[in-house]
Design a protein around this ligand. Structure first.
Ligand code: TPP
Ligand code: MG
Length: 412
């Protein structure tokens, strides 16, 4: 067995401080897109064209501002980016398209679950789409993401095609993991997407480890490690936070605080309800973010990523959000009031972004309609693809479980 080299605090610190200083995440992304190295195509039809439904459909959102007045501050965060309403048309169009793609995908998934075409668990991301959009526009191509089981939207944001995602929900062999994972367990190496984890909080040490690997290799990449409010009290979080701060690991922790863990509110399980404050026990920079606006998410991630890439170690964001549906498809969500739900629907990220784009003349009615039509056609196509694909024949049952092909525990 290979012996893992564990960095000591001092070697890790040395590595992290000698790590190349990065320019702002957004400007790096622009360069990467410009030279074509990191460009992801926008629609899944291009994925179909190149013969692979798993190919990346989503373009890396390049958050460009509409005005060139902005000056980059010391840590690479553009000052004017802190004000919303200063992003380019392209950025808004990409945010809107991504959020609408996730919304329509999830609505269709719920429909097919009702028809029993999708079985098992199914946790949808409706209401939380601005988080996926704001994260993607702020990261650079090599960055990684790992999250919990409410993950279809994050995976699609990463670049998993809606075809491969829908086929996975249907349990078909063309699914992103061959139909063996289902709703909770997407995974896509080509998109630096590490799932999809069903055990509450399990991904927190995993994400810390992925980030530690990046530090060990001396790259400029970080790992966004996401979890729900229900995971914020898991012991694994405290151990990971401590290790990450001690070794200055390049990890961005995000708690998506949608106020409930299944049917249990944060108030019932925690004395401290502003979850970002957990970071203070480790002196980890921590902030609370409005998760209903892609602008706010983008700005927070950009700032946090610049801090991490400068070698200063982890950052923690509590992103306040809301899920419109129950915990999973089988939860009628009777533990919360209609008023509470309607209050959040009044801040709906898809509708509010659309309204802003029209009001500020960022896009015309026709352009918005064109995106809606394109997404509808894409989701129709994804459904057809999932329906028409075959179920796995069982021959690959033991594949993809262990790296070692002749893993000793596998018996006839
Ligand atoms: C270790 C562990 N304990 C309990 C469960 C059962 N369980 C599944 S989801 C969940 C609630 C998690 O809520 P939260 O982290 O807030 O995520 P959300 O569903 O709101 O996105 C629980 C307790 C589990 N999967 N793993
Ligand atoms: Mg929750």
């Amino acid at each position: 067995m290979a012996t893992a080299k564990t960095p000591t605090a001092s070697t890790a610190k040395k590595r992290s401080t000698t790590r190349k200083r990065s320019t702002s995440a957004a400007s790096k992304t622009t360069t990467a897109s410009k030279n074509g190295t990191a460009k992801r195509s926008t629609s899944s039809t291009s994925a179909a064209k190149n013969g692979s439904a798993k190919a990346a459909p989503a373009k890396r959102v390049t958050a460009k501002k509409s005005s060139s007045k902005a000056t980059a501050s010391k840590n690479g965060v553009s000052k004017s980016r802190k004000k919303s309403g200063t992003y380019s048309k392209e950025t808004y169009m990409t945010w809107y398209e991504m959020m609408l793609r996730i919304r329509r995908f999830e609505e269709r998934a719920l429909m097919h679950y009702g028809q029993q075409k999708i079985r098992g668990f199914c946790h949808v991301y409706i209401g939380q789409e601005a988080i996926a959009a704001g994260i993607e526009s702020a990261l650079i191509p090599g960055d990684n993401i790992v999250t919990a089981y409410r993950q279809h939207g994050i995976a699609i944001g990463r670049g998993v095609s809606t075809k491969a995602a829908m086929a996975e929900l249907f349990g078909k062999e063309t699914g992103i993991v061959g139909g063996k994972g289902g709703s909770m367990h997407f995974f896509s190496k080509e998109n630096n997407y590490f799932g999809g984890n069903g055990i509450v909080g399990a991904q927190i040490p995993i994400g810390t480890g992925i980030a530690m690997a990046e530090q060990y290799r001396g790259t400029d990449n970080l790992c966004v490690t996401m979890f729900g409010d229900g995971a914020a009290r898991q012991g694994a979080l405290y151990e990971s936070f401590n290790m990450a701060m001690t070794w200055k690991i390049p990890v961005l922790y995000i708690v998506e605080n949608n106020m409930y863990a299944m049917g249990t509110s944060v108030e019932r399980t925690s004395n401290v309800t502003d979850l970002y404050k957990i970071g203070s026990a480790f002196e980890m920079p921590s902030e609370q973010v409005d998760g209903m606006r892609p602008e706010a998410v983008h700005e927070a991630i950009t700032k946090a990523a610049a801090h991490i890439r400068s070698g200063k170690g982890p950052y923690f964001l509590e992103i306040k959000t809301y899920r419109y549906k129950g915990h999973s498809v089988s939860d009628p969500a009777t533990y919360r009031t209609k008023d509470e739900l309607n209050d959040y629907k009044g801040k709906d990220p898809v509708k509010m972004t659309e309204a802003k784009m029209l009001k500020d003349k960022i896009a015309t009615e026709e352009e918005i309609k064109a995106i809606k039509d394109m997404i509808k056609a894409e989701i129709d196509e994804a459904t057809k693809f999932a329906e028409e694909s075959d179920y796995p024949d069982g021959s690959g049952l033991y594949e993809d479980n262990y790296l070692q092909e002749d893993y000793p525990y596998i018996k006839d």
